[in-house]
Design a protein around this ligand. Structure first.
Ligand code: DCP
Ligand code: MG
Length: 386
């Protein structure tokens, strides 16, 4: 850790895209607490308070030292009264009563379980909670529930999907994805994004970007890949979303908006010999464990046009908070609009729209060029763990 005198609190930016946040978190005790608070506010659909805690968590993750006294947070941005109170409690008591209250709250506990199911968000959780359901087991047992195809798969493979994806599993799936894509498009570029690109060694899914350099585009690529996996018996679930990208459309100013790429949310069957049978008690369980020599893994595949690839890469590499702050920075500090497709100068957009011409799109051949367009110092993927 840096010595305190080398650290000047007033120089810390309120935007995580102007900070370096590695996985080396000196303040996990605090950031875990803030993330619980943020999640609880998300479950209550209180976006303002949710973001306040997410921003504070992100800020403390970027500090090069552990906070031990209230003096340590003096002058820092993103630390409001609510956040300060919790920091104070944790410094003095070792834990926060407000956070413990949330952790013991019946509604929080139920929502936490429900939203851990693939395909289940706050809305569905609310419905189930109102029906008196409290656990995933109860949801599984209730045969009267109307479930989407996604939720059915989420419940069917629940145990595999809640146990996190390891780096080794991500590498194994990465090989499968690359091999399959290359049988159809040998020059295609397949890149792992999301948390694994930021250097994490676990994740809840594996995210891939696929693009084809040069003029050739293949709208059928994703369908061909999926069909082959189906034939090979590797596909447990898949939901293909066709591209909704329209050239004339203005970029979205919503900070958490979905992009318009053709994509697929899939569950793949990853074969792997199970070595650890120590949790099996009966011979029946042992037999089951031996029979199931695979694990269900959540995989996202996103197909991007080559000229939008750097923007897609930046967006899909996350973290979610880093992406939010990049877009907030672009809008508030540069009067530009950033999304996963491109970067637009709003003043120029208005000017050009008034003249009924096409919208303006700042070209970028790499992530470095996007940071440069925004007037930001480049931040490496492993420094984006905000
Ligand atoms: N993302 C996006 N548009 C979406 C979904 C996600 O731009 N419609 C971005 C934000 C995330 C990144 O893609 O930072 C990857 O999404 P994940 O939810 O997979 O998040 P991570 O990979 O960062 O975390 P995890 O380890 O939980 O998978
Ligand atoms: Mg991910």
């Amino acid at each position: 850790a840096l010595e305190m005198p080398a650290f000047i609190a007033t120089k810390v930016s309120q935007y995580s895209c102007q900070r370096k946040t590695t996985l080396n978190n000196y303040n996990k005790k605090f950031t875990d607490a803030f993330e619980v608070m943020a999640e609880n506010y998300e479950f209550k659909e209180n976006e303002i308070f949710c973001l306040e805690f997410l921003r504070a968590a992100s800020l403390l993750k970027s500090l090069p030292f552990s906070v031990t006294r209230m003096k340590d947070i003096q002058g820092l941005p993103c630390v409001g009264d609510q956040v300060r109170d919790i920091i104070e409690e944790i410094i003095e008591e070792g834990e926060s009563s407000r956070v413990n209250e949330v952790l013991n709250d019946e509604r929080y506990k139920a929502f936490k379980q429900f939203t851990s199911v693939f395909g289940v968000g706050v809305k569905t959780s609310e419905k189930w909670y109102r029906m008196g359901l409290r656990t995933v087991e109860e949801v599984k047992a209730d045969k009267t529930l109307k479930l989407s195809k996604m939720q059915k798969a989420g419940l069917l493979y629940y145990e595999d999907l809640v146990s996190c994806v390891s780096k080794a599993e991500a590498d194994a799936v990465s090989l499968i994805v690359k091999n399959t894509v290359c049988t159809f498009l040998p020059d295609a570029l397949v890149t792992i994004t999301g948390g694994f690109r930021r250097g994490k060694n676990i994740g809840h899914d594996i995210d891939f970007l696929i693009t084809n350099p040069g003029p050739r585009e293949d709208d059928e690529l994703l369908h061909k890949v999926i069909d082959l996996w189906k034939k090979q018996g590797l596909l447990l679930y898949c939901d293909i979303i066709e591209s909704t990208f329209v050239k004339e459309q203005l970029p979205s100013r919503k900070v958490d908006a979905m992009d318009h790429f053709q994509k697929c949310f899939a569950i793949l069957k990853l074969y792997q010999p199970r070595v650890d049978n120590s949790t099996c008690n009966t011979s029946e369980q042992l037999e089951m464990a031996e029979v199931k020599d695979w694990k269900a893994i959540r995989v996202d595949l996103v197909i991007t046009p080559f000229e939008q690839y750097p923007y897609a890469l930046l967006g899909w590499s996350g973290s979610r908070q880093f992406g939010r702050d990049l877009r907030r920075y672009a809008a508030h500090e540069r009067k530009m609009i950033l999304d996963n497709h491109g970067l637009y100068d709003r003043r120029k957009v208005l000017f050009i729209l008034r003249n009924k011409a096409n919208r303006i799109f700042l070209k970028a051949g790499s992530e470095e060029e996007i940071f440069a367009h925004l007037g930001l110092d480049y931040v490496e993927p492993w420094e984006r763990n905000a």
